[in-house]
Design a binder for this molecule. Sequence first.
Ligand SMILES: Nc1ncnc2c1ncn2[C@@H]1O[C@H](COP(=O)(O)OP(=O)(O)O)[C@@H](O)[C@H]1O
Ligand SMILES: [Mg+2]
Length: 589
Amino acid sequence: MSKRQNSDVREVYRRLWAYVAPHKLVGLVAVLAMIGTAIAEIGMVWLVEPLIDDSFVARDLETARWLPFAFALIFFLRGVTGFATEASLGWIGRSVISSLRKEVFGKFLTLPATFFENNSTAPLMSRLIYNVEMVAESITTVVVIAVRDFLTVLAAISLMLYHSPSLFLFVAVLLPIIAALVQVLGKAFRRYSGRIQDSVGEVAQVSNEVLNANRIVKIFGGHDYEYERLMEVDQRNRQQHIKLIYFKSFGAALTQVIFGVGVAFVIYFATEMSTKSTLSAGQFMSFFGAMMLLLQPLRRIMNVNATLQRGLAGGKSLFAVIDEPDEVNIGTLTCERVDGRIEFKNVGFRYDEENLQILSGVSVVVEAGKTLAIVGQSGSGKSTLVSLLPRFHDIVDGEILLDEVPITDYEIANLRSNISLVTQDVVLFNDTIANNLAYGQLRNCSRSELLQAAEAAHILDFVKDMPDGLDTIVGDRGVLLSGGQRQRIAIGRALLKDAPVLILDEATSSLDSHSERRIQEALDKLMQNRTTLVIAHRLSTVEHADQIIVLDRGIVAETGTHEDLLLQNGLYAGLFRMQFATESPESTA
Ligand SMILES: Nc1ncnc2c1ncn2[C@@H]1O[C@H](COP(=O)(O)OP(=O)(O)O)[C@@H](O)[C@H]1O
Ligand SMILES: [Mg+2]
């Protein structure tokens, strides 16, 4: 392993330790309990000597009287300390899991939009669910090995030395062999642990897609393809796991075999020695018991690397998320309710360095309370432009001013509290219609405000037929509702928020023209006294805007009112004529 990797590993250790450190007191209980267990284990082996030599061979009545109590006591001690170990370590483990989860989840809430565009959700979820468990499990197991197993080994060795230093030599030669083995196998463990956790992410990814896209899978016959994809990632997961299992059990088996050689030597030489009678039967049995006591801890120590690597790999993947930079939020200005004058000043934008310029030199002023319509072919940058205002992305060139102040000067949550947004793909939560309307900071609105918004957005029209009314659950992402119904909820949400700035990005695209006309009233009401940026593919909805800009590949090609633009007879006039031709038969029907 290189120096760099070494310091990485140390860093991960150090950071993981920070999650355990607050639980020092419980940790102390665990350590004491494990010391107790080690004492109980060795005590039992130690008592074998008086058991055989004094009780059985010498028939010493005194010993025969206290020995049963001693054994009972030892088992009692083992029971108590075993419980205390499990309970305290379990407690620490679960606490570590929950702090890691809180931290990663908290991070999900503050990461910039770009992060979610560039990372798939399922692997992120599997980190939150699976990797945190691995980390905690690894921490507690390693602690057990480091304390209990280490102490047991130490005590067993001491007892063997006490009984017969010369016999111990035969055991001692085995220890470096086993240590070398631990080293070699550790490398393999490191390799597989990270891969296993990644492959769990892949399984999550594929299943997530199938679960969400089950209709597309059905209609386009994606069954076999998806099945094979799952087989493939599952196969990878299985292979890595199996390799790890092979290495682990091979290591354990090898320890056993090496150990067996030691046992053979010990038995051989002990019987040799017993002819010279330096070792009593009880002493030998106690020595032998101590040696046997070594086996389990040694096997676990063999695997400590596997466990450790699992924790490190998990820790690394979690810290990678935790270390992602948050949204830039250095603005301090807060304003309860802005007037709503918006100015785009020579705005240029690119999604990232390598990508092509999406917007360039966009300049437009929207006075407070006025409406700006943005028109253009799909892919011309309309959605991108409006998403810059709530700072889903930060601009590359130019400036965006809200009430004459750069939007980056506002505290980001405050800026967003002044903006309402209705988009084409409505996001609903698996909750009631009422809770979807009153989402987030709208939670505290009154029932009458809620009803008012529901009425205005024509939600009551379809809700009144539902048995649970506004308390009907909408299903994941609102699957139990129609597209138009979902869109009305989004509009109702914006009505309820009552922010001074409103963004409508194809807000009525899921509605038929009949519903759209009815919703248009709600929208008109919504747009009153608000600065509105509206993107609509039906030009009938933009006709009345105070100002229209036409975007063409990220550049403002035309600016003016509906009448101005028709007169200019440019792009807008073209789009308008085209729509008029396709839509007029429908509207007369
Ligand atoms: N998150 C993104 N990352 C990279 N490119 C994007 C992203 N979102 C949109 N684009 C690109 O930006 C361009 C403008 O997209 P968009 O603003 O959505 O257009 P419109 O809303 O006018 O249809 C498109 O070429 C699209 O491919
Ligand atoms: Mg768009």
